[in-house]
Ligand binder design. Structure first.
Ligand code: HEC
Ligand code: HEC
Length: 214
């Protein structure tokens, strides 16, 4: 748990960045989809998760365009257990399950915007192979939709994915049995290096089809 303070301070830093950028975005036209959920509730979420649910900082996940069923489920697991969190576990207590479902529906309909991240391309190429072998079946990729209950991983913030994977490996977050198996097999065969390659792949937009010439 020693990484907790680091993670939390990064998160605070992210929040400061968001407050600065959010004020610049205030004159955007109102989003028509917001009318189906209490506007105030949506506003509370975008303070951290960024305009339309697209986070501006790697410590906070973007929630725009994630599958509806997945969003509903993960919000429940913050409340009832199963998912480790620094913030969300306490935050969801302020909402009913019905309100959280509406918020999940709302954010699932927002377009996902990818942020450019600095990537190690050799690693990303290896990660692409590993993803095909161990993870693509459920999580899809740039050309393939994920299974209904699984979140997309391509284009997500690398810091967030890195911490979330560590939470599963430490056992403070519980994945379903098949996902745990896939992760355990990956780490047994390819170690921390393999894990980092996957993360670099997720941070990349479209990794090259073949490794760069030596
Ligand atoms: C104070 C900042 C903050 C606010 C406000 C906030 N979140 Fe979060 N959210 C986080 C952080 C940080 C995480 C990563 C988990 C953690 O450590 O709590 C997260 C994770 C999530 C996830 C999981 C995403 C994934 O990829 O699995 C969802 C869904 C989510 N938040 C939805 C919401 C909704 C809906 C609201 C509004 C009711 C909201 N959040 C408000 C900071 C915030
Ligand atoms: C059998 C299907 C399956 C396989 C295979 C699988 N996953 Fe998952 N994964 C899921 C599901 C379902 C969830 C949502 C679980 C939850 O709520 O915690 C998930 C969640 C995640 C998350 C959290 C995403 C977020 O937005 O918070 C990460 C990261 C992840 N998986 C990475 C991987 C990696 C890396 C592999 C390959 C080594 C993999 N998964 C293999 C089904 C799968």
């Amino acid at each position: 748990m020693s990484r907790y303070p680091v993670r939390f301070s990064q998160w605070l830093f992210g929040l400061a960045v968001i407050f600065v950028t959010a004020s610049a975005a205030d004159d955007r036209p109102p989003d028509p989809a917001i009318s189906s959920v209490p506007n105030l509730a949506v506003q509370a979420c975008v303070t951290c998760h960024g305009p339309g649910g697209n986070s501006q900082a790697g410590a906070i996940p973007s929630i725009a365009g994630l599958p509806r069923e997945y969003l509903r489920q993960v919000l429940r697991s913050y409340r009832y257990g199963g998912r480790f969190s620094t913030i969300m576990g306490r935050l969801v207590q302020a909402y009913s399950d019905e309100q959280l479902d509406l918020l999940a529906d709302h954010f699932s309909q927002q377009p996902f915007k990818r942020h450019k991240q600095r990537v190690d391309w050799d690693r990303a190429h290896e990660g692409r192979q590993l993803h095909r072998l161990y993870c693509r079946e459920c999580h899809g990729d740039v050309n393939r939709n994920p299974k209904p209950g699984s979140p997309r991983l391509n284009g997500r913030w690398m810091d967030y994915i890195r911490w979330t994977l560590q939470d599963y490996l430490l056992g403070i977050s519980q994945a379903d049995a098949e996902m745990s198996d896939a992760l355990a097999r990956l780490v047994r065969r390819h170690g921390e290096q393999g894990l980092e390659s996957l993360i670099q792949y997720y941070g990349s937009a479209r990794p090259p089809a073949a490794p760069a010439a030596e």
